[in-house]
Design a protein around this ligand. Structure first.
Ligand code: DGL
Length: 272
């Protein structure tokens, strides 16, 4: 069987947290990372425009990469577009959605926090996850305005402003009838890039749930059922990174991608 080609997709660098786990789970796979940096951040986009944008960009990426599988390493995109992506493209998709189910299973206090983008927090999909898996818990959903950008700045070399980060995350730490939030879902793939800093600003110790290892296992399962693509096409080489724009910060971003072993850049120029 030929090597499977895995296309990872996010609005920016958050999907690198998923790529890391996929690389660990499938060290033999051919990985291509793609980021719609022209449209970053996705968190504040209006729903219909965002779906159209994702479908358009994905069409270009699939034509270019010819992947065996696509990993939507973005909660904001998965919770709104996964169904339509599967309908439109004949390639398997694995998505990333807030890990509310494992959080509800692990909480002892019954108080669960969810940090996600303003978009993900508003989605019916997210409400349905709470309804289906966490009706016995009190779930505090918080749409975090700037945390994805804080994570990107960190990867590009700027020290994290801990006061700013603390203000972003404090709303999910609640105390009620002698109980405290004990589990916090990292419902945006950018947030696990900030775990060291989160440990410095949390008012008490909680367990953070990063879904990346579970997503990587799901990718392995789906690939097990799928035929890999043939080698030899003119596709981007292993460990390439495809960006939709040469934004002014693209050079800093490329250095950050290179540190995570995605060092062969290509620009698609897909303006918003
Ligand atoms: N990394 C993305 C997610 O998982 C979103 C960041 C953004 O573009 O706002 O939701």
């Amino acid at each position: 069987m030929s090597t499977p080609r895995v296309l990872l997709f996010d609005s920016g660098m958050g999907g690198l947290t998923v790529a890391r786990s996929v690389r660990h789970e499938l060290p033999f796979a051919h990985l291509v990372y793609s980021a719609d940096n022209a449209a970053f951040p996705y968190g504040a986009w209006e729903e219909r425009a965002l779906v159209e944008r994702i479908l358009f960009v994905m069409g270009q990426l699939i034509a270019r990469v010819e992947p065996s599988i696509v990993v939507i390493a973005c909660n904001t995109a998965s919770t709104i577009a996964l169904g339509q992506l599967r309908e439109r493209f004949g390639v398997p998709f694995v998505g990333t959605v807030p890990a509310i189910k494992p959080a509800a299973a692990q909480t002892k206090s019954g108080l669960v926090g969810v940090l996600a983008t303003p978009g993900t927090v508003k989605r019916e999909y997210t409400q349905a996850l709470i309804h289906s898996f966490a009706s016995h818990c009190r779930v505090v959903l918080h749409g975090v305005p700037r945390m994805a950008e804080i994570a990107e700045r960190k990867l590009k070399g700027t020290a994290v402003d801990l006061d700013e980060l603390k203000q972003e995350v404090l709303p999910v730490f609640i105390e009620e009838s002698g109980r405290r939030t004990d589990v916090v879902v990292l419902g945006c793939t950018h947030y696990p890039l900030l775990t060291d800093e989160l440990a410095k600003v949390e008012p008490w110790v909680v367990r953070y749930i990063d879904p990346a290892p579970a997503i990587a296992r799901r990718v392995a399962d789906v690939l097990g059922e799928t035929r890999a693509v043939e080698p030899g096409k003119l596709v981007p080489p292993h460990n390439s990174v495809l960006l939709t724009s040469r934004r002014e910060d693209a050079e800093d971003a490329l250095a950050a991608y290179a540190k995570m072993s995605f060092h062969l850049p290509e620009f698609l120029d897909l303006k918003v």
